[in-house]
Design a protein around this ligand. Structure first.
Ligand SMILES: NC(=O)c1ccc[n+]([C@@H]2O[C@H](COP(=O)([O-])OP(=O)(O)OC[C@H]3O[C@@H](n4cnc5c(N)ncnc54)[C@H](O)[C@@H]3O)[C@@H](O)[C@H]2O)c1
Length: 415
């Protein structure tokens, strides 16, 4: 049985991936320091869906399927000995690495969050790579990177899968020198910067130690449930809707459920790449089945299925839910409008049949947002982390500068 270590397996992508792979016969061990749950407490917010503790989740999984997943509480950035013990004890055939601080707005909240995001993400990734090399292990390491490393100032040139072939003139040679270089990154937040830096760590350890690494440059994940998390209410996946962790589509769906206008930042002309959570778990399984050769080159795949302009997305959600739109300040320092084209050829060639936004699954997420709207902490929904002092929070204002919409409170809803 393939032994699989999933770092960050308690999170939004890691939990459904752990179940999907356990259901398909992998022997799964999750390591997670539960920092995501702690950050929720610090920010006085919570998953919209009522997620159970790791112990309850895993007992429910065993009860429903008869399959066992082991859980280790471990900080991979700070506890090097603990990580070494887990790697030595389990000697995994493959490792999926989700364990990073993953929110761009959170990483731009203030000095403490910037320092934490860099320390956590870079140390965690480097500890893993250095230990795998030191212990002489040979797992296939699959890392979750992001399409955001390339920035969103693009002019619509298609972003290839990781590498750009360049031909360089050398003064003393007659022929051009041919190189595959990492496609240039252009990070737009401290979080995206850490993902760009991860790429260099991977490049070095693949070249120096022959580690087999796949870096998945993922689009924004939407949706909540997968076939496995639907099996029992104790297995439900987390749903983040707050201004720091809630990704754009889930935030719109939540706002619609609360009767709040959908807050479109700036002109809404930003184009982003998207993927449904069910396709995330499928792609990770496909990546695990197709490891790269130990030839010194990192395999980089674009894990996304479609691109949308934010205002078009808002209009789509407004059509499905009868919500209003509100154009608000953009808290991010970024181009007002951008085009984005991305090659996702490898996953399509491997047989991925994308779940698109137009399909019924959008309704499922609308239903989840409605069902649990009484748990919403409405004051956390607006995006308030600003990139520099020049940007303003993305809140709906009246002409006199006061908040215009009074949201239904939790007690109103319960009544
Ligand atoms: N959600 C998205 O839209 C999206 C898009 C692109 C890429 N990604 C990437 O996918 C990965 C998972 O994202 P997610 O949405 O599931 O995030 P998440 O925050 O829900 O999950 C991350 C998990 O990692 C854990 N973790 C963080 N630091 C850790 C550490 N030092 N040691 C041990 N565990 C640690 C957290 O407790 C959490 O359970 C991230 O690396 C993220 O950058 C996510």
């Amino acid at each position: 049985m393939t032994k699989l270590l999933i770092l960050g397996g308690d999170g939004f992508c890691g939990w459904p991936t752990s179940l999907y792979l356990s259901a398909r016969g992998f022997d799964v061990v999750i390591a997670d320091n539960l920092s995501r749950r702690r950050i929720d407490k610090d920010m006085d917010t919570d998953s919209l869906t009522p997620i159970t503790t790791p112990d309850e989740r895993l007992s429910a999984w065993q009860e429903v399927t008869g399959k066992t997943i082991e859980f280790v509480q471990l900080d991979i950035a700070r506890d090097v000995e603990g990580l070494q013990d887990v790697l030595s004890a389990h000697r995994p055939d493959a490792i999926v690495h989700f364990a990073e601080q993953r929110a761009a707005p959170y990483s731009m909240r203030g000095l403490a969050e910037k320092l934490y995001t860099v320390d956590n993400n870079i140390s965690g990734t480097h500890n893993l790579l250095a230990l795998v090399a030191e212990l002489g292990l040979n797992p296939h390491i699959v890392h979750l990177g992001t399409m955001g490393v390339y920035g969103y100032d693009g002019d619509g040139l298609e972003i290839p899968e990781g590498y750009l072939n360049v031909k360089v003139e050398a003064p003393d040679r007659e022929t051009l020198i041919d190189r595959d270089i990492l496609y240039p990154t252009n990070p737009g937040s401290v979080y995206h910067m850490t993902k760009s830096m991860d790429q260099l760590l991977f490049q070095f350890y693949a070249k120096n130690n022959g580690l087999r690494i796949t870096d998945l440059h993922q689009g924004i994940v939407w949706g909540t449930q997968t076939d496995e998390t639907r099996l029992d209410e104790r297995l439900i996946n987390r749903f983040d809707y707050d201004g720091d962790y809630g990704t754009v589509l889930n935030r719109f769906l939540m706002q619609a459920a609360l009767g709040h206008p959908l807050t479109v930042h700036g002109t809404g002309g930003q184009t982003r790449a998207f993927i449904h959570i069910q396709d995330t778990v499928r792609c990770i399984a496909m990546a695990l089945e197709n490891p790269p050769l130990p030839d010194g080159k990192v395999q980089i795949l674009n894990q996304m299925t479609e691109t949308h302009r934010v205002r078009d997305l808002a209009k789509l959600v407004a059509r499905v839910t009868n919500a209003e739109l509100a154009y608000v300040d953009n808290p991010r320092k970024e181009a007002a409008e951008n085009d984005l084209k991305v090659s996702n050829k490898t996953f399509l060639d491997l047989g991925l049949n994308p779940t698109t936004l137009e399909q019924g699954l959008l309704n499922e997420t609308v239903e989840i947002a409605k069902t649990f709207s009484n748990r919403a902490r409405t004051e956390t929904i607006a995006s308030k982390s600003v990139w520099t002092d020049e940007q303003k929070p993305g809140v709906v204002l009246k002409r006199d500068g006061q908040k215009r919409f009074k949201l239904r409170s939790r007690s109103d809803k319960a009544a």
